[in-house]
Design a protein around this ligand. Structure first.
Ligand code: HEC
Ligand code: HEC
Length: 298
């Protein structure tokens, strides 16, 4: 009996040590990234901070880094630990005055900090598809941010989060490990109204994170937070069946065709409301393309 207990305790200790080592290895991994792209925008494409500002809303930088992008608390608990997003401005405690173009690229598209560290929670697996032209616009916007003095507190990884990372259950937390860092990026994505531009925007906007990979709705993660489950966007009655005007209206005002309203705490429509008509129509046309053929045709 005693021996059985001792063996069980030994196995448990080994298991915990294994989980700890695996999480530690993932968290402490340093990345050497290939230099790319050539850091001078082609003459035909001048970086534009205003377009970059729209991208920062679309890609939810503002949701996580705060309206002034000076960093906000993401989670604080004994089990999960403390996660704080970085201050991106050139103020005291911000990275803005130190970051070179390459550093921005590595952090945004690869989830790797300027010091080579693995960035936690930063969703670079979603942002990795961003074209060079859009990245230039985004960096132009970030460079022009007014300085905000704010030193975000250090990250602390709690036991539950460590377990999730060690067992490979919290893969989105360590996005740099999900990315094939050698895949080249597209120089530009043609800004043309249609489903292919819409698909690109849906990818960057993280619609799939909440509405599911197939956009058919998902019970996660909103139920955990007490919000409504994100519905399917491509079913016969889904947003793909609405008129283009009704879709634009919902994304701009949060008011649905049936008069219901979208709760901005759970569906971040205010971030998408600044998109141009062409961008929103392209997203809608992509949703239509993804809906089953039995649905109403455009
Ligand atoms: C889901 C939340 C989330 C979103 C969305 C997000 N970030 Fe982050 N980001 C974080 C967190 C948390 C960190 C800090 C990670 C760490 O220190 O381990 C971070 C770190 C960074 C860093 C590294 C700075 C440093 O400390 O060296 C940069 C740069 C950055 N984010 C830029 C962006 C930009 C630009 C966008 C939008 C395109 C964006 N982030 C979207 C959560 C997010
Ligand atoms: C952070 C999670 C999240 C993200 C990201 C997100 N959504 Fe949502 N969405 C929701 C939730 C939750 C609801 C249900 C909200 C409610 O009922 O108040 C919703 C509802 C909607 C609706 C209303 C659907 C209906 O039938 O009533 C549309 C349209 C929609 N989302 C489109 C999008 C698009 C397009 C994107 C990407 C550009 C997106 N969402 C990104 C969580 C999200």
């Amino acid at each position: 009996m005693r021996r059985g207990l001792a063996v069980a305790a030994g196995v448990l200790a080994l298991l915990l040590a294994g989980i700890y080592t695996s999480s530690e290895w993932q968290l402490e991994q340093r990345h050497e990234l290939p230099p790319e792209p050539p850091w001078a925008p082609p003459a035909s494409c001048s970086a534009e901070a205003e377009r970059g500002a729209r991208l920062a809303r679309l890609a939810l930088c503002i949701t996580c880094h705060g309206d002034d992008l000076a960093g906000t608390l993401q989670s604080e608990s004994h089990l999960l630990g403390r996660l704080y997003s970085s201050n991106l401005t050139p103020g005291v405690g911000g990275v803005g005055s130190e970051y070179e173009d390459e550093d921005w690229e590595h952090a945004i598209r690869h989830g790797v900090g300027a010091d080579g560290r693995t960035l936690l929670l930063m969703p670079s697996h979603i942002l990795n598809g961003m074209s060079n032209a859009d990245l230039w616009d985004l960096i132009a916007f970030l460079r022009g941010l007014p300085p905000v003095d704010h030193q975000p507190p250090a990250t602390r990884v709690g036991p539950l989060l460590r377990m999730g990372i060690g067992l490979g259950l919290s893969r989105d937390m360590v996005s740099s490990r999900q990315i094939d860092h050698s895949v080249p990026h597209s120089a530009d994505v043609p800004v043309r109204e249609g489903p292919s531009y819409g698909e690109y925007l849906v990818g960057l906007a993280g619609c799939r994170v909440c509405h599911g990979m197939e956009l058919r709705g998902s019970p996660r993660p909103m139920e955990l937070l007490g919000g409504p489950p994100p519905p399917s966007l491509v079913d016969a009655e889904g947003a793909s069946s609405w008129s283009g005007e009704a879709f634009l209206h919902a994304m701009r005002t949060g008011v649905l065709p049936d008069g219901g309203t979208l709760d901005p705490r759970f569906m971040p429509w205010p971030n998408y409301s600044a998109l141009t008509d062409l961008q929103l129509r392209s997203i809608h046309r992509y949703l239509r393309q993804q809906s089953p053929p039995s649905g109403p045709s455009s």
